[in-house]
Design a binder for this molecule. Sequence first.
Ligand SMILES: [Fe+2]
Ligand SMILES: [Fe+2]
Length: 302
Amino acid sequence: MSILPESVSGTPLQSLDEVEDFYEQRYPEPMTEEQKKPSVGTDPNKQVDEFRNYEADARPTVREFYRLNHAYQTYDFALAKRKEYLGLNRRQMSIWEAAEYLNQLVDDSDPDTDLSQLEHLLQTAEHLRADGRPRWMILTGFVHDLGKILCLWGEPQWAVVGDTFPTGCSYSQKIVFPRFFDANPDSHDARFQSKNGIYEEGCGLDAVNLSWGHDEYIYNVCKDYLPIEGLYMLRYHSFYPWHREAQYSHLLNDQDRKHLKDVQEFNPYDLYTKSHAKPDAKALRPYYEDLISEFFPAKVRW
Ligand SMILES: [Fe+2]
Ligand SMILES: [Fe+2]
């Protein structure tokens, strides 16, 4: 087992939050009921134009983030990271401990207005709670970004956050900054550049090697403990090309089609809660410790 840094306080992670904020810039309005339907019925040309505007408005740090992400997230890279992390042999800690551990990630951009990692998790969960959502969903909100602890284990930001996308098949032009894929070696590998690539039509997302990040990791940590709806929310919350752009329908199976609405229902709680008041972690801890113990064992494998 590798030696893990216990503290990375002071590590500049400015662009981590900027990448997250960029989602809200791209998708400023919660989805309408019409948009939630599997085939997005809006004018595709209009969508592309709007997309380009978001790209033009993106901060240089966000642009640089996606340049690296699209260049280095190859099929082989995503496969290798699954192998490296999904044995869950790094350490054992409780869910609350993991949240505190994650909270060491320091954001340099604006300490007065930006939320800590723990505050973002609590805010997402508290919003779900205020809306009377089921307990498993509140807990899903609380754990959804715990996979970002990958940053504490030396993973670069482009391998932790940002939109995820299928590797091993052609890239949708609706993925943000699609031109950056020119620098990805998979773009020049014929096996990976047909519509289905290495996959069978309708194989299901479980069989698809998505680009590596915090979604896939936290899904694997939680997969024995949360209901399937929550697991879809965890595993695909950054798969914007699917849940916001309606791409890759040829890879879906019936189960994916059924649970798309769960991922879409979760998304506004992740994206549009940041203007709400900062939650009081100390006061909320007993409620969340109780909720965690209802679903998870005292120690979870990471
Ligand atoms: Fe996330
Ligand atoms: Fe989040």
